[in-house]
Design a protein around this ligand. Sequence first.
Ligand code: HEM
Length: 412
Amino acid sequence: MMTSNEAIVPLAEDAFWQSPYPILSRLRDEHRTAVTDAGVKAILRWDDAEEVLKGGDFINEGLEFIEARGFSPGDPLYEWRRHSIGALNGAPHDRIRSLVSRALTHRSVDALRPSIRAHTRALISACAEAGRMDARADLALRLPFLTITEFLGIDRDEGAEVGKRMSSGAADAFGPNVTPEIRQQANETFAALMAFVSDLVEKRRVKPREDLLSDLIRVEEAGDRLSQEELIVLFTNIFGGAIETTASVLTSGVMLLAQNPEQAERLRRDPDRFKQGAAEETLRLRPGFYAVGKKAARSVEAAGLRFDEGEPLTILVGGPNRDPSRWLKPDAFEIGRDPKVWSLTFSMGAHFCLGQALARCELQEMMGTLVTCCRELELEVDPPRWLARVMVNRVESLPVRFHHCEEALSHG
Ligand code: HEM
């Protein structure tokens, strides 16, 4: 129940999505917590967010999270979520997570750096003659697909169809505004994704390769640590989780470099020194999604509020990520900051993002390559228009003009 003294986060208003950060900063400076206009208690400050995520009193929401969005048993997305790592807690979560994190850390993301740079150069060069590109469609959506297929050992033609689906708004089903159309699209996408991965499992079972899926199949075949259903959902978590969020952040990386030419110049002069800082600043300022949701594991007090067992809570990432208690001049894109001071963008604690090293690597290499291949990067529409009330923050398009630098291309 809201009272008139409460700070309200206006999620229903388009203006919030076009420019959320001044609103979140004002709320965070004036209030310790807020309430969304849907009545969910919201965390705004760094210290409170850290305590909630690391403390163990809050856990991930399970099936109730998608029931509240209109999904029911039998829906492909509902059945997928039953085994999804993001919906599990405690021992079942830890068992699956330890299997996959072991398999993931065996594969060095650093080995992918040269090919991420080569893909970035090729994607930009395809637009060079025109001197303009849509940074979302022509670069940011393509690069994560090329990278994740290479990382997972999926042949490009094997995954192309389903990859396209994963980047067309399937994540909206987890957002604050799920319409019947979004539900239908998400169910179709998840049905296609699960069918694709089931086929792939059968192919790799017959003919194993040196890839992550074959490793996971060996674990499944070895005994009772991973069921076939869990294996399929786990692989979709990795493949599906890799595209849309990464594309959103890559788009923002282009946007921030175009909006801050002096920082772009600094990066161009010494990409190896500054590419980490440029990536961390992008992740901090434009986290790619608006919130991390949790629920109280028990009746508990946090951030000065009382929570009943099972009560949801939302951490509005844009609040803690620009908290002046952690960053000086927090709204500035400043690539010289210490890149080891991480933001909340990949969450923390038990569900800390399993793909963060890969996403960071893509962003660093894309930004470092972009500034060496392109001069005078300029947004055609500034600020761009953001889609309202969606889980993964994204612009429909990001048209940019640039001068192409042939020399960097031939040497880079
Ligand atoms: C910039 C891009 C990305 C962002 C912003 C992002 C963000 C997140 C966040 C916030 C969580 C945890 C939410 C929570 O606390 O419950 C998460 C979990 C996860 N992410 Fe990412 N992610 C990104 C890229 C990736 C990539 C590239 C992969 C795969 C290679 C991936 C795979 C996963 C998986 C499997 C989990 C579930 C971990 C668990 O529940 O234990 N993510 N991600």
